[in-house]
Design a protein around this ligand. Structure first.
Ligand SMILES: Cc1cc2nc3c(=O)[nH]c(=O)nc-3n(C[C@H](O)[C@H](O)[C@H](O)COP(=O)(O)OP(=O)(O)OC[C@H]3O[C@@H](n4cnc5c(N)ncnc54)[C@H](O)[C@@H]3O)c2cc1C
Length: 483
């Protein structure tokens, strides 16, 4: 039987025996080599083995290069949940990690303002700024957001009707692609800054003033010119280099929690790997549940209730002078525009494109259960809307275009699925499988958060491992999530 996650491991965790790479047994098997899986494995050292279905590690944190134009798979800015995670990332990236203070804009029919809109209302037309302020005061006087029944109600009760009409409701309809009344009022909104009155008033009088949003202390890798890897992938690439045993092209198909065996397809061959203490899964929660031989029927049936959205990143390589006033990214409230955001790769790292060019990426969100449209049609529509948005000067020419598909992208939070998620996580933990990462835990988390949680999980699973002791140069874990 595997050890349950909370159980103290009484003897020293025995590192893999033999010569390493050919062994099919490890103390801990990590499923998935995204940032969460790689971070856990790096901490576990030679006590772990990682199985990844793709031919390159990194998961979401990969950066595609199309003829010298680099595109992150999604908009990726690093920020840290605690000083220890920051220190660890600094250790991994060294001098390649550069500070990147983000400048983002919000486009609405009432004007263009700095992000977040609620702290820069002075940039809107005067009548709109006035009604935003009046409605915010009304909401504050008559509602307690904590009592909201759903996401839409929470937004109206927190911000008032004008800010919701101008930006929050249309934008969130584009992002979630389902009735906002069907979404949970809490649990996934930590990136939305609360309208603190002092900051709201300051933003009306000084619309260009800085506001410290959740990600204002941002970082981004900026390696030297000749680096073979650029973009945020540099983080997962360097992290993967510190992982003891990483097996690519290994697709996990089944987990037998009773016998502690993970079954895998590799090059059309079925293989099996055995773990001694635990299995850490960063594979999406419903998939992990479906793969477990021991999952009872009632939990299995709930898998279909866990909805998600896919993200399509439409990446365009542009030849021509670089725009200077677009900022790092821009939000679009107009629901006739296909994308939620545009982001500009050269603002994160000027070396992500040839000197006479730049890259722009459009983030498009779709419900994962709806069949995909033809990629060409999506790219045409995105390009048409980029022209409409006015960010592409007439002197510039689009020289290449690609569609990158991310599924799952956003986990959908309804009031009903909170209990389902908890039950699934508990079932796995009781059977020695630790769900980890954004999709493994089915949550809305950032890169820094999944890394922090992976370090915490690794420290608890192998507290006595010699490999772990050798690896733990930075000190005690930060508290992170409750498992
Ligand atoms: C649109 C968008 C924007 C974001 N912006 C930011 C941002 O600005 N800043 C920030 O900090 N975070 C951001 N994030 C969040 C961040 O990208 C994630 O938190 C993080 O990358 C998740 O890492 P992970 O390892 O948990 O998951 P993943 O990267 O998904 O890793 C899971 C791995 O498991 C592998 N796998 C799946 N199934 C199998 C199988 N059957 N067998 C073997 N392997 C398998 C996958 O191939 C993948 O490599 C954003 C996310 C999205 C979607």
């Amino acid at each position: 039987m595997p050890l349950s996650f909370f159980m103290y491991i009484p003897t020293r965790v025995i590192a893999m025996k033999g010569t390493g790479k050919d062994n099919k047994i490890a103390d801990v098997i990590v499923l998935g080599a995204g940032l969460a899986g790689l971070s856990a494995a790096q901490r576990l050292g030679d006590a772990s083995l990682v199985l990844e279905k793709e031919n390159r590690p990194g998961g979401l944190v990969r950066t595609e290069c199309f003829n010298n134009y680099w595109f992150d798979r999604v908009l990726h800015l690093l920020y840290f949940p605690d000083p220890l995670t920051k220190l660890r990332v600094q250790e991994i990236l060294g001098t390649d990690l550069a500070q990147c203070t983000p400048l983002a804009w919000v486009e609405t029919q009432s004007g263009t303002v700095r992000y977040p809109l609620q702290m820069h209302l002075g940039g809107l037309e005067k009548s709109s700024a006035f009604s935003c302020l009046v409605d915010l005061m009304k909401a504050k006087l008559s509602h307690s957001p904590r009592l909201s029944n759903n996401f839409e109600e929470m937004l109206l009760h927190t911000f008032g009707s004008s800010m919701c009409r101008i930006f929050l409701l249309p934008y969130n309809r584009k992002l979630w692609k389902r009735p906002l009344t069907s979404l949970a009022p809490f649990d996934f909104q930590w990136t939305i800054s609360k309208p603190n009155l002092k900051h709201v008033f300051k933003g009306i009088i000084f619309p260009d003033s800085e506001f410290d949003a959740y990600n204002y202390q941002g970082f981004y890798p900026r390696p030297p010119m000749n680096s073979s890897v650029r973009g945020m992938e540099l983080l997962s690439h360097k992290l993967a280099g510190q992982v003891f045993d990483l097996r690519l092209n290994h697709t996990v198909t089944k987990i037998d929690t009773k016998r502690c065996i993970v079954y895998v397809m590799n090059d059309q061959r079925m293989m099996s790997f055995r773990y001694r203490s635990n299995c850490i899964s960063t594979i999406p929660l419903p998939e992990t549940i479906r793969m477990c031989r021991q999952t009872p029927d009632d939990i299995l049936r709930d898998c279909d209730k866990l909805l998600r959205n896919r993200v399509l990143s439409a990446a365009f390589s542009i030849k021509g002078p670089r725009p200077v006033n677009n900022g790092h990214w821009r939000y679009y409230a107009d629901e006739s525009i296909i994308f939620t955001r545009l982001f500009f790769m050269h603002e994160f790292d000027p070396l992500t494109a040839p000197e006479d060019g730049w890259g722009v990426c459009a983030e498009i969100v779709q419900p994962a259960e709806v069949p995909m449209m033809e990629p060409k049609g999506i790219l045409n529509r995105a390009l048409n809307d980029i022209h409409r948005s006015g960010v592409l000067p007439p002197t510039c020419e689009v020289v290449d275009q690609h569609l990158i598909i991310i599924d799952p992208g956003y986990v959908v939070f309804t009031k009903e699925n909170k209990d389902i998620i908890t039950r699934m996580r508990d079932f796995l933990a009781d059977h020695g499988v630790i769900p980890l990462g954004r999709y493994g835990r089915w949550e809305y988390s950032s890169m820094g958060q999944v890394m922090r949680d992976a370090y915490t999980a690794a420290s608890r699973v192998a507290v006595t491992s010699s490999a772990f002791e050798n690896n733990s140069s930075v000190g005690n874990e930060s508290p992170g999530i409750e498992f």
